[in-house]
Design a binder for this molecule. Sequence first.
Ligand code: 13P
Ligand code: SF4
Length: 345
Amino acid sequence: TERERTERVSAARAELGDDVVVLAHNYQRRELVECADFVGDSYELSKRAAESSAEYVIFAGVTFMAESADIITDDDQTVLLPSMEASCPMAGMAEALQVDAAWAELTEAAGDRDVVPVTYMNSYADLKAFCAEQGGLVCTSSNAHRAFEWAFERGDAVLFLPDKHLGENTAHRLGLEDGVVEWDPWDADERTATDVADADVILWDGYCQVHERFRVDHVEQARREHDARVVVHPECRREVVEAADRSGSTSEICATIADADPGETWAVGTEIHLVNHLQRWHPEVDVVPLCGDACMDCNAMRQIDPNYLTWILEELAAGRPRNVVEVAPREKELAAVAMERMLEL
Ligand code: 13P
Ligand code: SF4
């Protein structure tokens, strides 16, 4: 039962004391969020991991988040992921080997323009390392516009990976929409027809399969049926972000609801678990899911079952660290450069 599980988690945590810190992403299930030391967006959690002195960091989130925590924590800290199955499909849409091959083709097509690669945090360590090597950096949804500005101080164009929607929304925010092109890694004919030489922002053709499902008519429906204001995540399509009243990272969405006046209605366009948390955390605000009944949940995030957290804590308390996420040393060193550039923004 949930009660038994809570007792077992508390007992293991009491034994481990300050040796362990539990971080949970905003999309995690209620049971996990309730027993975490910190809950937040990707950027906040990476900062928490960097600031923590705990020997073990348990990350209730997806693989790239645990990897990022390993990259920026000290070498004597160990990061554990309750389930190794929790992989963000978008992160898998830009594999370092494939990007490496595309880079040669792309930089040749760009002629004498310097391209700076910017990768979204939702990517694997080897791609972060590649970006560092090519003079680029990492960003999250809360600082993508600053990462673009950083890149434009150093080069003529940005290659943004893997999320084309966040890239397009960021370009739009910076007034660069005329110079945006899409780079299709799977279609050579499309690529030949793409005019990279004049582009400011080159978008890799990746996307989040949860956020891509939101549509403008969901926004119109929320206004019509609930008289709601609308806040969405910038992984949504550009027309959805434009139709909404606001957009921001998961924590910026939380802040929007926290600042709402009692009695206001907000439709929230993001992963359903966060919408459910917001309904519990702010009963004075009327929070509705943007898509109504179509349940927008993230398969990858859902892999972290509360029982796995209990298991990993109990094993750790028994001296058996399980599911250690460890980035290879050379990759870690380079990826750390790309992440530190972000943390310094
Ligand atoms: P945040 O950085 O806004 O928490 O987003 C992470 C994510 O995976 C959104 O789908
Ligand atoms: Fe990846 Fe989308 Fe899930 Fe976020 S919501 S972890 S981007 S699949």
